[in-house]
Design a protein around this ligand. Structure first.
Ligand code: ADP
Length: 770
């Protein structure tokens, strides 16, 4: 097709506009090019090395022009004359471009092999191509009216016979030229589709000789005339126009016939197809576009207006529309990126923002293909898809993920998320830290392996798995339990399902170190217990102490009243009254002493003397003092064979013995024998006091030596006492370097024993002389 052929010549024609001169330097015979300017290389498209090959002139110059060119070359090279010649030169694509070359000798040589320079100009082709292309730009137009375009061109001033012939050869239908006498001067070569043109001319003339003659006549007067005729079942449309010579005078009429039998149908089909394409493009959810290699839009689909709000003309008419409406932050990189890909003729895809007419930001994904010609990008085609919503969703997602990540990392709990396939999908640093999980183990993302690592640190490894059956049975279940670690830490473990909508996709495990909390709680509980105990002890003490202190006061008061009465009446006072009163005072002072000793022990102020004391003698004396106290009891003493001297406080040690013996008496209410033994056991003395009394419940034995403690089988109503005696005994014994304990059976009696270290070779300071 005519328009296709010419439009493919565009790259070469574009070279006309090139400001750099096109020239070559050559020499020798046969002629050879030594140097060719880049602009000329670019114009014709041959590789620069190709120009320099031997015989390239033969490839370059049209065979019909070759002799002329060689002749001119040789003449200039030999004579040094200046010559201008025109010829057709083949482009790399095999098309011919008309060139005007001015040849000037640089160094003439008589044999014609001298150097010369050729200054090249690409001539406007005989038919003005730009004009022609514009006119025949629409295929539809051309089909409808091929002649109209041609005739316009034929009236151009520079056509020559040869140019005209070239052009006519390119036309699709049969052509002819008629002289002033209506004789046929020239016919185009035979076309297979139409047979010999002479026949067609004959047929045309024969179908309507009047119309034929009148049309050609009118053309010879400058008009362009058309008429149709039918032959052999086909319809032809003839267009006849004037042909002017170089001086502008009409020299002939030119006719072109086109078979239009199918044209209407073709035109309709074309229109329909074109509409279909347009509809298709317009319904595509994106802007379909085409631009030149400098981003100047040549076409944009209607979506552009809907999407960005700018009228379509603005896209195509403003040369830098795209650049101008890019978001400022994308204005640098986006064109650079696109430009680079375009230069490399590489299809590309990129996301960027444009500012819409209403000022809003629209995110676009541009998918671009580069159309290249001769290895150079000629235009871009692409589709811009609105991804604003997608981008917002992505941003929202990224924001949410970063929020979750920050939350996860800042929580004090160790968190691990495991999917249904037992793969770890998330965890935080605290989890890794709590369980000291090695990086490489976590990198495996294997929940089973990490679970093994966790279990290996538990005091009771099976504890970790106790919840497993119930969680496996019900994946929606939540759980909480406590894990004890070998290193003493206590962790609380929470577990809850991870849901996606209604589906459970995994499980979140979180671990909280509650060691300090639990310890503090235990400590609080202990303190509370102690406080409660202290309150109880205090209350018990107050009630016991007041009872105990009051008990001796009543008989004391009675005895004193009796004494007073007798004294007033002048009656004699029996000694037993005074003794009984005195015994109550002794009892009272014993209680008060116990209280005082207790507070001294508490304050660390109970002082002890250090002197040699024979336990044999001391025990003897204490027993002798106590024997008269209870006639119901028998006091037996297993006396040791040696003095068994220890270093200590005689009075305080006597106090221990008295206390143990008084208790033995007190807690054997039915009487019986009390046995005392003092014996040596290697470096220590063991003193034992046994009774056959009420005994002590086993669970109370360890508490007997605590302050204010009284065994439950010794109620205050039956047995007096403050619960301080044994407490004081323990302190005294222990401060002498000994130990005190009890062996007892409820209902069968008790044996209290204490030890003291023996000091050999020392005599009792108070012992009577032997
Ligand atoms: P108390 O003044 O109450 O006797 P102690 O400290 O001497 O105080 O004794 C503490 C408690 O030990 C007594 O209340 C009693 O319950 C128990 N106890 C002490 N000695 C005996 C014993 N020989 N037989 C049975 N219980 C005893």
């Amino acid at each position: 097709m005519v328009h296709t052929q010419w439009s493919e010549e565009r790259p070469e024609v574009a070279g006309l506009a090139s400001p750099s001169p096109m020239l070559w330097v050559g020499g020798g015979f046969p002629p050879r090019f030594r140097w060719v300017s880049p602009s000329l290389v670019q114009s014709l498209g041959h590789a620069p090395e190709a120009w320099k090959t031997r015989g390239f002139v033969h490839r370059l110059v049209h065979p019909e022009d070759l002799d002329r060119v060689q002749e001119a070359w040789r003449t200039v090279a030999r004579t040094g004359e200046h010559r201008t010649l025109e010829f057709r030169a083949a482009s790399a694509e095999g098309r011919f471009v008309r060139l005007a070359v001015e040849l000037n000798a640089i160094e003439p040589s008589p044999d014609g092999a001298g150097e010369l320079i050729g200054t090249v100009r690409v001539l406007s082709p005989a038919l003005q191509t730009e004009h022609l292309q514009r006119t025949v730009g629409s295929e539809e137009d051309q089909v409808r009216n091929p002649m109209s375009c041609l005739c316009l061109e034929l009236t151009g001033p520079t056509s020559t016979q040869a140019d005209l012939r070239d052009t006519l050869d390119g036309l699709p239908g049969p052509t002819w030229m008629v002289g002033g006498d209506l004789s046929i001067l020239w016919c185009s070569p035979a076309k297979q589709a139409h047979g010999a043109e002479t026949l067609l001319c004959v047929a045309a003339r024969a179908s309507d000789p009047q119309a034929w003659a009148s049309a050609h006549r009118r053309a010879l007067t400058g008009e362009t005339v058309g008429f149709d005729f039918a032959t052999c079942g086909r319809t032809y449309r003839c267009q006849i126009g004037p042909v002017r010579g170089a001086d502008g005078a009409i020299v002939a009429a030119l006719g072109v016939a086109t078979d239009v039998s199918d044209l209407d149908e073709v035109a309709q089909e074309l229109t329909r197809t074109q509409r279909q394409h347009e509809d298709l493009i317009d319904t595509i959810d994106g802007i379909v576009w085409e631009s030149d290699a400098r981003f100047r839009f040549m076409f944009v689909s209607k979506q552009a207006e809907r999407l960005l709000g700018y009228p379509l003309q603005q896209w195509t008419q403003e040369p830098d529309f795209w650049l101008k409406h890019l978001h400022p932050e994308d204005r640098d990189w986006a064109p650079t990126f696109c430009m680079k890909a375009t230069r490399e003729c590489r299809p590309h895809e990129f996301d960027y923002r444009m500012i819409a007419a209403d000022g809003s930001i629209v995110w676009l994904r541009d998918i671009v293909t580069v159309v290249s010609e001769g290895g150079r990008p000629s235009k871009l085609r692409g589709i811009m898809v609105d991804i604003t919503e997608q981008h917002r969703a992505q941003e929202h997602l990224e924001h949410t993920v970063s929020l979750l990540r920050a939350t996860l990392d800042s929580t004090a709990d160790g968190v691990m998320v495991v999917d249904q396939g037992r793969r770890i999908t998330a965890f935080n640093g605290r989890f890794q830290e709590l369980w000291d999980v090695p990086e490489e183990l976590l990198a495996l993302r294997d929940a089973e392996k990490v679970g093994e690592h966790v279990r290996s640190q538990l005091k009771y490894p099976e504890q970790a798995l106790t919840r497993r059956p119930e969680l496996l049975a019900d994946s929606g279940k939540e759980s909480i339990d406590t894990l004890e670690l070998r290193d003493g830490r206590i962790l609380e473990r929470y577990s809850r399902p991870q849901r996606l909508g209604d589906t459970i996709v995994g499980r979140v495990w979180s671990y909280r170190d509650v060691t300090a909390e639990r310890r503090a709680q235990a400590e609080r509980e202990r303190l509370l217990r102690e406080a409660q105990e202290a309150i109880r002890v205090r209350d018990d003490f107050l009630s016991i102490a007041s009872h105990e202190l009051k008990t001796p006061l009543t008989p004391l008061k009675l005895h004193l009243q009796m004494l007073k009465k007798r004294m007033a009446s002048g009656q004699p006072i029996p000694a037993q009254y005074a003794e009984k009163a005195l015994a109550q005072v002794v009892r009272l002072s014993g209680l008060i002493n116990d209280l005082l000793d207790t507070s001294r022990i508490q304050a660390g102020r109970l002082e002890l003397k250090h002197e040699p004391v024979s336990l044999r003698e001391l025990t003897q004396e204490v027993m002798a003092d106590l024997r008269p106290v209870s006639p119901h009891h028998t006091l037996e003493y297993e006396e040791p064979g040696e003095a068994l001297v220890i270093q200590g406080d005689r009075g305080r040690l006597a106090q221990v013995l008295v206390n143990l013996l008084e208790n033995a008496l007190k807690y054997s209410p039915t009487g019986g024998s009390i046995r005392v033994s003092v014996e040596r056991d290697e470096a220590q003395v063991i003193v034992s006091v046994s009774d056959a009394g009420i005994g002590i419940p086993p669970d109370q034995k360890s508490l007997l030596f605590e302050r204010f403690f009284r065994a439950r089988n010794a109620p205050i109503s039956g047995f007096g006492g403050l619960g301080l005696g044994l407490y004081i005994c323990r302190d005294i014994v222990e401060r002498h370097g000994g130990r005190i304990w009890v062996e007892s059976e409820v209902g069968h009696g008790s044996t209290f024993r204490f030890t003291l270290p023996v000091v050999d070779g020392v005599a009792d300071a108070h012992a009577p002389p032997a």
